[in-house]
Design a protein around this ligand. Structure first.
Ligand code: MN
Length: 249
């Protein structure tokens, strides 16, 4: 199973979570919300074979952390994964929206310079603007829109542009989330939790809760959970091929 967007460092006890990830043989992309957190994450993830650490700067933090952009860009050559980055267009982040765009453009350009990266992207209330930025930068790598919540037209546009999607149980608690997921091409979907932010029944999702989204996607696509897992594993394999990463054991 795969958790393609998880904030490993924000759980109460990351060491225990890592142990359980190893025990269950999960594949995890550990996103970070600040470039400074990246090095620390690399240290505590250690030699874990199936956990990959992404370097990011969350759009909600851009207003206070824009000064870390140089650190972010200088870390990109050291990892194949970038995230969480993106844009947030909600009113509380409107004041920093111009700065968010500037930062995202700089990050995408660094991804392009590095030969392309797997990028986990936040696009809340800003799907069109995020797609505009992706479109401006061909060769940036493989964008994965995490917890996508745009309109049908924005979803169609994202699909036509070759974007991938990561889908979690928190997204699938809403009717709209289910409708969006049902329209995604199954060969471009990965499971995620967005834990500990992603919650179901007021409980933070744990990386192994991706099992829930596998079952939910099985219902949505009217196939067995086993078929969903097969698709997702195949998707992971082709995703890693695009950055020449070997599939973990
Ligand atoms: Mn997140």
């Amino acid at each position: 199973m795969i958790d393609a967007h998880c904030h490993l460092d924000l759980y109460q006890n990351p060491a225990n979570v890592i142990r359980e990830i190893e025990h269950q043989g999960l594949y995890v992309i550990a996103v970070t919300t600040t470039p400074k957190a990246f090095e620390g994450n690399l240290r505590f993830v250690g030699s874990s074979k199936r956990i990959r650490v992404a370097v990011g700067l969350h759009p909600e933090l851009v207003k206070d952390r824009a000064c870390e952009i140089d650190l972010l860009c200088s870390s990109i050559p050291n990892t194949k994964y970038v995230g969480e980055v993106g844009l947030d267009g909600r009113s509380e982040y409107k004041a920093s929206f111009g700065l968010q765009k500037e930062i995202l453009r700089t990050v995408f350009s660094a991804c392009l310079d590095a030969g392309g990266r797997i990028i986990s992207i936040h696009s809340r209330s800003a799907a069109s603007a995020v797609l505009d930025e992706i479109e401006r930068m061909p060769g940036l790598g493989q964008p994965i829109l995490h917890w996508f919540s745009g309109t049908d037209r924005e979803l169609d546009r994202a699909i036509n542009m070759g974007c991938w999607f990561s889908v979690g149980s928190a997204m699938l608690t809403t009717k709209r989330g289910i409708v969006i997921a049902s329209k995604m091409p199954i060969d471009r979907i990965l499971t995620e939790t967005d834990g500990p932010f992603g919650m179901v029944n007021r409980r933070p999702l744990m990386p192994w809760d991706v099992k829930r989204s596998v079952n939910e996607l099985a219902v949505i696509f009217n196939i067995s959970a086993y078929e969903v897992e097969k698709h997702i594993y195949k998707n992971l394999r082709s995703l890693l091929e695009c950055v020449s990463e070997p599939l973990p054991p």
